[in-house]
Design a protein around this ligand. Structure first.
Ligand SMILES: [Zn+2]
Ligand SMILES: [Zn+2]
Length: 160
């Protein structure tokens, strides 16, 4: 969906499109990749220096777009949330819980799961943008069979 289609779609659902909502849609639509709320605020500030949109408004608007089914919210771990339009090209992540490495994976990998969930449970799963957490190949090799995870507590105590 291009920007005009998005606007038409949301109008069709009876939503009111405030200037803030339009600008955020524009940012999300033009981005090739997922964005954090911070990214969105930064891009808005660069493009529209005269317009004030605070973090609370950004989060509120993202929530509204999620309810409308246009935005997916994905955790990349440690509370790092990213957002992308569900109408965009799909991508998924593998996130290593040990070294925080992140890999993009073949988007078709969840097609079978999606089909199975529909077939067995009659459930239309939204799997547009997922993160799968675990250990990367390197960290598995380093730690042998037993993964040694670095806890946030250790980092806090500076014992690394
Ligand atoms: Zn992503
Ligand atoms: Zn790793």
């Amino acid at each position: 969906m291009n920007y005009d289609d998005l606007i038409r779609y949301l109008r069709g659902l009876g939503y009111r499109l405030t200037p803030q909502r339009r600008l955020m849609l524009e940012i999300l639509q033009q981005s090739d990749y997922h964005l954090s709320a911070d990214d969105i605020v930064q891009q808005l500030a660069v493009r529209y220096p005269n317009i004030q949109i605070d973090m609370a408004t950004v989060y509120r608007t993202l929530k509204w777009l999620r309810v409308a089914g246009l935005v997916s919210e994905t955790s990349l771990g440690k509370g790092h949330m990213v957002y992308t339009l569900t109408t965009h090209h799909q991508h998924h992540h593998l996130v290593c819980e040990n070294c925080a490495a992140m890999f993009e994976i073949d988007p078709t990998i969840f097609d079978t799961i999606r089909a199975e969930l529909q077939r067995r449970y009659g459930f239309a799963a939204r799997l547009e943008h997922l993160s799968v957490f675990g250990l990367c190949r390197q960290c598995q090799q380093m730690s042998g069979s037993a993964p040694t995870l670095v806890s946030e507590e250790d980092i806090g105590r500076g014992e690394l």
